[in-house]
Design a protein around this ligand. Structure first.
Ligand code: UDP
Length: 194
């Protein structure tokens, strides 16, 4: 698949609809997938911090989260079709999941926000099976969260821990899973909670 590299970060050349279709296929094929939706801040952070660049190197796909990345591609004489955001991807995957009965796990946000997001997803996408959820304020050094999530065999794990925490969590834990699409979605749970 075509990629456009901006400051060492290879962005997938794809539009929002195409990206969600791609992820639906990956779910159907049970191909493990780590998605980073990177905005200009992520590109800058990765260039300042080699550890963050290493998280991005583990990603299956990096997409252009924000018009800033699309504009940067233009300045470099390249083109990216449009921005592909974590929030839009999440909503469209929930819509697809409502038809296809996806199993999802939600990791991140404050407990009350997370609870509201779970309730709203349940009400709006009743055929999506929420196999579990965990707030984002846990002890990083000592927990069995990934092992517990893996037992629920989710098709999709939405990780809303902020940047670059969510990319760190996915890159450190993705090897514990046999399949699943893992996507960092920033503040999306707060938006869905309303
Ligand atoms: N968050 C979390 N654990 C943390 C820090 C943040 O779960 O240790 C959650 C926070 O509650 C919010 C989301 O991550 O739901 C995005 O946080 P923030 O706005 O700080 O991230 P950014 O916008 O910088 O990606």
């Amino acid at each position: 698949m075509k990629k456009v590299t901006i400051m060492g970060v290879p962005f997938l050349h794809i539009d929002q609809k195409g990206f969600v279709s791609l992820l639906e296929n990956r779910i159907q094929q049970k191909e493990k997938t780590f998605v980073v939706t990177a905005n200009p801040e992520v590109v800058m952070t990765a260039n300042e911090n080699p550890q963050v660049m290493q998280y991005l190197e583990k990603a299956t796909y990096i997409c252009a989260d924000g018009i800033g990345v699309v504009k940067a591609a233009q300045i470099l004489g390249e083109s990216l079709p449009e921005r592909v955001t974590g929030y839009d991807s999440m909503i469209q995957l929930l819509q697809a999941g409502n038809q296809k009965h996806y199993k999802i796990f939600l990791l991140g946000a404050q407990n009350d926000t997370l609870q509201k997001a779970v309730d709203n997803i349940h009400a709006t996408y009743p055929n999506v099976e929420i196999v579990g959820y965990q707030d984002g304020y846990f002890n990083w050094e000592d927990n069995d969260i990934a092992e517990r999530i893996a037992q629920t065999q989710p098709d999709l794990v939405f990780v809303a821990l902020g940047v670059p925490r969510q990319e760190k969590w996915i890159s450190e834990n993705v090897d514990k899973f046999s399949h699943g699409v893992f996507i960092g979605v920033g503040g999306s749970f707060d938006v869905i909670a309303g």
